[in-house]
Design a protein around this ligand. Structure first.
Ligand code: PEP
Ligand code: MN
Length: 346
């Protein structure tokens, strides 16, 4: 529930609303705005009797949020959330941000070379997992903490920001020391203790849609992060399990406008995992930007044939250059522009 105060409501009137919400057994979240303040009521799992709040001085209206997710919904916050990262990079505004890099961090040379290539081509954020969620316990599991050090080095050398995955609550601490964005992978979308830890990490979070998750479930998982106080959440459509093995997943591009209607949070798209096939990544990246994605995340490898994970969907550096050239045109047609890299050392 959202209690909207009249413009010009006094601090005492706002504080009275806050204390009545607390007396009713809920939590209050004052949200000062340009025109007026609203006070969010959270902690309810059903209808809240609002008459006591409606009668308080300074209250203009009480809005019942009809969705099960509250702080994530557009009813709660009508304007888009814009995530502000180091070096002036934003996600969720006019810019389309490109995150690119290998599936996994494999070696110093591999991550540095890839970082230089993707930066040269126009990416603003480097991706690469140091901790990898793999279907088989015998597959490469990532370099772990040494992999994080390599990402930090790549950030230092190229100025690219870093997006990398945390797989468990302990890992969130290590990852957030290095990462500009902490990724929560598809398989962990409903790992609630991980979500709570990431909600307290103090770093923006990239939350990927689970392979069998509905959009409501995705938004409820995001609600865990906001409920812990982390409002810098980026959603990611990465494909869901379909019935047709022709592509690795069914890349649900309609999720982009659907989420944008339901939520104020930015949403980006991952055509690499969404298709699983290198030659399908460029057309689907174009389609994602055309559909209004706030960014794309692309797997790129200097030598995909030798990649230790997801080589079949990783672009060669030249293909990534082509992708950037093409999505740039589409971004402009849709009234947007490609995000510019942060200066080195930002
Ligand atoms: C990844 O980004 O490499 C990854 C494992 O993604 P997802 O969680 O979407 O499968
Ligand atoms: Mn991958």
């Amino acid at each position: 529930m959202l209690i909207v105060m009249r413009s010009g409501a006094t601090e005492e009137e706002i504080q009275k609303v806050v204390s009545v919400i607390r007396e009713m057994g809920y939590q209050a979240r004052p949200m000062p705005g340009a025109q007026r303040t609203a006070v969010g009521l959270v902690g309810n799992d059903g209808h809240v009797e609002s008459s006591r709040l409606e009668g308080l001085a300074g209250v203009q209206e009480v809005i019942h949020v009809s969705k099960p997710y509250k702080q994530v919904s557009r009813e709660w916050k009508p304007e888009n959330t814009v995530i502000r990262l180091a070096g002036g990079v934003t996600i969720g505004g006019t810019d389309v941000a490109v995150i690119a890099g290998p599936c996994s961090v494999e070696s110093e040379r591999q991550i540095l070379d890839t970082a230089r290539h993707v930066r040269e081509a126009g990416a603003v954020i480097l991706r690469g997992g140091a901790f990898k969620p793999r279907t088989s316990p015998y597959s490469f599991q990532g370099l772990g903490r040494p992999g994080l050090k390599l990402l930090a080095k790549a950030r230092e050398e190229t100025g690219l920001l870093v997006c990398t995955e945390a797989m468990d609550p302990d890992g969130v601490g290590w990852v957030s020391e290095v990462a500009d964005i902490v990724q929560i992978g598809a398989r962990n979308m409903q790992n609630f203790s991980l979500l709570r830890a990431a909600g307290r990490a103090g770093k923006p979070v990239l939350l990927k849609r689970g392979i069998a998750a509905t959009i409501t479930e995705l938004l409820l998982s995001a609600e865990y992060l906001l409920a812990e106080g982390n409002h810098d959440v980026i959603l990611c459509e990465r494909g869901v399990r379909g019935f047709d093995p022709t592509t690795r997943y069914l890349f649900d591009l309609s999720a982009i406008p659907v989420v944008q209607k339901l939520s104020h949070l930015p949403i980006i798209a991952d055509p690499s995992h969404g298709t699983g096939l290198r030659e399908k990544v460029i057309p689907m990246a174009r389609a994602a930007v055309a559909a209004g994605a706030d960014g794309i995340i692309i797997e790129v490898h200097t030598n995909p044939e030798e990649a230790r994970s997801d080589g079949a969907q990783s672009l060669f550096p030249d293909q990534f250059v082509q992708l950037m050239r093409e999505v740039r045109v589409i971004a402009e047609v849709t009234g947007r522009r490609m995000a510019e890299p942060a200066p080195v050392g930002a």
